[in-house]
Design a protein. Structure first.
Length: 579
């Protein structure tokens, strides 16, 4: 097995003149060839070497997706050092935990707002010696005490001057990265993933779902997320020579899709939910014949003349607004509602859903392009084994399983048994055809006081599929019934206020409005019809805002941090139980 730098250098030699990366500069996308990227990686590696970076040192990256992220990662790995990605949305407290836990020697950060976070905790990070910045306002006025502050430009200049021979010091079994878990139930743990883990997983994933040098990706999920790292970077660019373009941010995604026209998109369910909501919103707003035509198009059976006509008149226009060139899209990080997958399939956008964890680098199973089973996360990758324990926990064995948790031997022994099986903490089952179906997280399972079991994510998926509901949080552990916090889709609500006879437009006032409460209850009652008696939502509370990453209520992959939400809304939850 090769290391990540070895594989990259091989691919760069093969596709030297082809575009490797694209990024927005002065309002337009420009590209960086494989040859130029390789040259910059080598220069940066020499620059880092001159700063004293050595094999095994940890280098943290606190930056949004950009070409410098990739350059830094490959340079660090070339020196046999270890990359530690840090989510930009994390609070200073969690950033401090990560940097201290891994003992980061060097930190690369991109801009002022992230530097401001680091300055709040810098004095509590004695092992951090060097801070490299890309863009800072007046850097000379920001010198942190006891740390070397240097620009990336200066590091590159040092690399240009260096005459030391650059040798690839990485080895296949070396830890390439310490990736911290999302921390949905506790403080993040450092997952040690080797070069072998990443390269095996990237190659196995593209055996199952082929990617070639003709593909182009639009990358918007953070590279700190291991799905984006493996599939949207290592599998695409490093292993197969595909081009990766970076979205400016999540708010410009629709614009960037039209500009880049990617053939592949890696995403999470929350983004597909938003696109689905936006499509319906535009259709309803258009009204009249356009609305009736869309409804007609959705009803046409596939592989018929009428479906072809529907595609020509309706669906092709929707795809054009998303770039118009998708071969397929990938969904991971959380469960995708099967109704959503069917909707996009009808529109002509194939969503390939898979399953994995940070600890498995990450892909374990995936649906194949020619064999998609809605409601499942596909079949296992070649070389990966799956076993279902008696309590329905999913166990994984294979070359993609992590080396262990950094500085946590007890937790590692708890997660990986003596036979090498990784205990995922997820519950599921295998269908007769070998497709994996996820039930929910073991730790998130709700045990009602009457002994009944509920998996909240399954209920929340149905709630969130309603066009009036943007987010939901289901609670009920050790209680006699389930309750829910509901964050409405305010755009949809606002469009209906006049019809409801409601004057106010302020969410803080609207959450107390009896007519809106009645409307949400009516929709909730309809959703409750499909649930067993104990799964029904008995009480709910409308929230004025959605859950956010800024308040640590969502992980960087937009999953709920249940304990944090429970803490923030303890009063509201107790009120629904008469407290």
């Amino acid at each position: 097995m090769q290391t990540i730098p070895q594989k990259f250098n091989e691919t760069a030699a093969k596709f030297a003149k082809r575009p490797a990366l694209k990024f927005k500069y002065n309002g337009a996308y420009i590209s960086l060839s494989f040859a130029e990227l390789q040259k910059r990686v080598q220069t940066m590696a020499r620059g880092l070497q001159s700063l004293g970076l050595r094999r095994g040192d940890r280098v943290a990256i606190l930056s949004e997706n950009r070409s410098e992220w990739v350059r830094a990662d490959l340079a660090v790995l070339t020196l046999g050092a270890i990359t530690v990605p840090v989510h930009t949305t994390l609070s200073p407290k969690i950033i401090q935990h990560i940097l201290a836990d891994c003992g980061a020697k060097v930190l690369l950060l991109s801009q002022q707002q992230y530097f401001n976070k680091v300055m709040l905790i810098a004095n509590d990070l004695p092992e951090l010696q060097v801070i490299i910045y890309i863009d800072l306002d007046q850097p000379e006025s920001h010198q942190p005490e006891g740390k070397k502050l240097i620009s990336l430009q200066a590091v590159m200049a040092e690399g240009e001057k260096s005459t030391v021979e650059l040798l690839d010091q990485s080895r296949p079994d070396d830890v390439a990265s310490i990736v911290y878990t999302s921390g949905t139930t506790a403080m993040p743990k450092g997952v040690m993933l080797t070069h072998n883990n990443f390269i095996f997983n990237a190659m196995a994933a593209t055996t199952a779902v082929p990617i070639t040098e003709c593909d182009s990706f639009l990358s918007f999920l953070p590279l700190t997320h291991v799905l984006e790292r493996t599939v949207g970077y290592y599998a695409s660019l490093v292993c197969n020579g595909a081009c990766v373009a970076y979205a400016e941010n999540i708010k410009t995604l629709s614009l960037n899709l039209r500009e880049v026209k990617p053939t592949v998109l890696v995403s999470v369910p929350r983004v597909f939910e938003k696109i689905h909501r936006d499509i319906w919103e535009k259709v309803r707003t258009a009204g009249g014949i356009k609305y009736r035509l869309f409804l007609w198009a959705m009803k046409q059976p596939p592989r018929t003349f009428r479906h072809w006509l529907a595609d020509f008149l309706v669906f092709a226009k929707i795809r054009a607004k998303l770039g118009g060139r998708f071969r397929f899209t990938i969904s991971g990080g959380a469960t995708l509602n099967h109704k959503l997958a069917r909707f996009f399939s009808r529109v002509g956008i194939k969503i390939v859903e898979g399953y994995g964890l940070t600890e498995t680098a990450p892909v374990v199973t995936v649906n194949r392009l020619d064999n998609i089973k809605f409601g499942t996360v596909g079949t296992q990758l070649p070389g990966v084994e799956i076993k279902i324990a008696p309590d329905k926990e999913i166990l994984i064995h294979g070359p993609n399983v992590m080396k262990g948790y950094y500085n946590q031997p007890a937790l590692t022994a708890e997660a990986i048994d003596t036979d090498g099986w990784f205990h995922t903490g997820d519950l599921g089952f295998l269908s007769s055809e070998g497709f994996l179906v996820i039930i929910g997280r073991k730790k998130e399972m709700i045990c009602l006081s009457n002994g009944k079991i509920v998996w909240p994510e399954q209920v929340e998926l149905e709630l969130n599929s309603d066009h009036f509901i943007a987010q939901s949080f289901v609670y009920g552990d050790n209680k006699s019934y389930l309750v829910a916090l509901i964050a409405p889709a305010w755009q949809e609500v606002n469009r209906n206020l006049e019809q409801l006879g409601i004057v106010s437009r302020e969410p803080d006032e609207l959450i107390k409005e009896p007519k809106l409460i009645s409307l949400i209850k009516k929709h909730l009652d309809a959703i409750n019809e499909q649930f067993a008696d104990w799964e029904k939502i008995r009480e709910f509370k409308i929230l004025p805002r959605e859950f956010s990453q800024e308040k640590d209520e969502l992980t960087p992959t937009l999953k709920l941090r249940r304990k944090v939400i429970e803490g923030h809304y303890q009063k509201e939850i107790e009120g629904m139980y008469g407290g």
